[in-house]
Design a protein around this ligand. Structure first.
Ligand SMILES: [Zn+2]
Length: 188
């Protein structure tokens, strides 16, 4: 097989094959990064049959590839996948219950704030998951990746935690953070 040229994915910084190909409608990864993610999921399915780590893998990838926020689906995607990372990593919610968390958080939400990373995409990318030796290794690598992605969004941890903890409309924080803080103090 011919060795493929590589290029850097503009969103996550991974070195990925420099190819033309399909990408997700509103997830601005490079085609090579999207292909790598697709191959990873196919390999995961074949070897591990949708393990609990699948949840972290999807949430980490999506949260590491935010768009510019002009598309509502993009804003919702980043927000919801950050909620997923938080639920598993910090709350210890079992992976199979995270979709229930999503439903609860989304229940009254009509729109989402544009969240921007204050620093880069973090030091771990989809490439870290490629070539896991076994299921335990895959789980460990997924946790390392997800943890790094969650940290890269540290500027917005509070809004995600708040959305998880209450039914309060979380986008209000972005629109009026002082008002939100005052309300939270009043509740506490
Ligand atoms: Zn990427």
């Amino acid at each position: 097989m011919q060795p493929r040229e590589s290029k850097t994915c503009p969103q996550c910084g991974a070195q990925v094959p420099d190819i033309d190909g399909p990408v997700h409608a509103y997830v601005p990864s490079s085609p090579g990064c999207w292909m790598t993610f697709g191959e990873l999921q196919a390999d995961e399915m074949q070897r591990f049959r949708y393990p609990p780590a699948h949840r972290l893998v999807v949430d980490a990838y999506m949260a590491q590839h935010p768009g510019d926020g002009t598309d509502r689906r993009d804003r919702q995607s980043v927000f919801v996948h950050l909620v997923g990372l938080y639920a598993v990593l910090e709350q210890g919610i079992p992976a199979e219950r995270v979709s229930d968390v999503f439903r609860r958080v989304l229940r009254n939400v009509n729109d989402f704030p544009i969240l921007r990373r204050s620093s880069g995409p973090g030091p771990v990318t989809v490439n870290h998951l490629v070539g896991a030796r076994n299921l335990a290794d895959y789980q460990q690598r997924a946790e390392q990746w997800a943890g790094a992605v969650w940290q890269s969004w540290s500027a917005h941890h509070d809004i995600v935690r708040h959305a998880f903890a209450t039914d309060t409309k979380p986008w209000r924080y972005a629109l009026a953070p002082q008002k939100w803080s005052a309300e939270r103090r009043a509740v506490n």
